[in-house]
Design a protein around this ligand. Structure first.
Ligand code: PEP
Ligand code: MN
Length: 359
């Protein structure tokens, strides 16, 4: 796959204003629900209506999607609102049904994106299509796997391609449902600056109160669009209830977003600055998260020492650690003075956490 300015052409084709907005429920549930949401979203910033018809659920027993009947509701919603329709496809039969029902945009979900066989079959079924095809990142943080999927679609002659960044799953708990790992999206943009990239703050956040902030970060990083799960009654949604917003909240989110243009010189400076700042903010948040975890472990050590009646400060171990950190810090371009100050502060905090549990 080569860089090719034409990859962005489909965005202009639709004269879609920046950013491209895709919104709609996680899942199509009933005809009334689909039509009510679509009607609320028409004449807004939204250009494309999304709804999951087949839902990949982590465990069996949950709502697995309404199936083919839902596609008829989408056709009706399109006729009523003029919005383009988008669904997730995970296999060839989904692709066939979506095409039969005149769906405009097909996206490949994160769980499918991990499987080259599945992507290849979908790519073959979509050969030379003029539909818009969007590939979500695979659930695991692997840029080459994401790019590999993209190449399979590109090689099948699909011209209207884009990617969706929906974050990456981790075993450890974090404040996100799926860690954004912005660096991976930035690396993808640097490799293929012309491929439209859309952020999915709903699946990154997992809860609705973080959607505004993540959307802003995405715009600051020059993303081309946002896909935001929107439901008429989010709390009673049949899937992903915690992360969906109402159409009114969505409109407010767009009112509050600072949309930046990419074009003029001054903006170029701001864009680059914002990109770097977002990376710094991301790393700072990670630093705090790691420090928090470190202190929790210190507390466990405190509990253990209390049980065995051992003193908190064990200075031989501490000096050994410091010496090692100074050397490792040097390799990373950090001064000895900084490393000593930093670890003394961390150690001090660690001791007070241990004291707290030993009291
Ligand atoms: C979805 O968009 O509803 C979905 C299932 O997303 P993902 O593939 O990102 O988990
Ligand atoms: Mn969802």
């Amino acid at each position: 796959m080569e860089n090719n300015k034409n990859m962005r052409a489909w965005l202009d084709d639709f004269k879609l204003s920046h950013p491209l907005v895709i919104a709609g429920p996680c899942s199509a549930e009933t005809e009334d629900q689909v039509l009510a949401i679509a009607n609320e979203l028409k004449n807004s910033d939204v250009s494309i209506f999304r709804a999951g018809i087949w839902k990949p659920r982590t465990r069996p027993g949950g709502f697995e999607g309404i199936g083919e009947t839902g596609l008829k509701w989408l056709q009706k919603a399109k006729a009523e609102t003029g919005l383009l329709m988008a669904v997730e496809v995970a296999n060839v039969s989904h692709v066939k049904m979506a095409l039969e029902h005149d769906i405009d945009v097909l996206w490949i979900g994160a769980r499918t994106a991990v499987n080259p066989f599945a992507i290849q079959e979908i790519a073959d079924a979509l050969k030379d299509t003029d539909k818009i095809v969007l590939l979500k990142n695979p659930v695991n943080p692997d840029l080459s796997l994401w790019l590999g999927g993209l190449e399979r679609l590109y090689n099948a002659g699909i011209k209207k391609l884009g990617v969706i960044h929906r974050g990456f799953s981790t075993y450890e708990k974090s404040k996100y449902r799926n860690n954004p790992e912005w660096q991976i999206a930035i690396d993808l943009q640097n490799r293929f600056p012309d491929i439209p990239i859309i952020c999915d703050p709903s699946h990154i956040a997992g809860k609705r109160d973080m959607i505004q902030e993540i959307s802003q970060q995405a715009l600051d990083l020059n993303f081309d669009g946002l896909i935001i799960e929107t439901h008429i009654d989010p709390d009673h949604a049949w899937s992903d209830a915690a992360q969906q917003v109402t159409p009114d909240t969505l409109k407010q989110i767009f009112k509050d977003l600072r949309v930046r243009k990419e074009t003029d010189e001054a903006d170029d400076f701001n864009n680059r600055m914002n990109k770097l700042r977002t990376q710094i903010d991301d790393l700072d948040a990670k630093l705090l998260e790691i420090l928090g975890k470190r202190m929790k472990i210190a507390e466990k050590i405190g509990t253990l020492k209390k049980e065995k009646n051992v003193a908190i400060l064990q200075s031989s171990r501490w000096h050994e650690i410091l010496g090692k950190m100074v050397l490792e810090g040097e390799e990373k371009g950090l001064s000895e003075e900084f490393v000593l100050k930093l670890f003394k502060a961390i150690h001090q905090e660690s001791i007070s956490h241990q004291e707290k549990v030993m009291r």
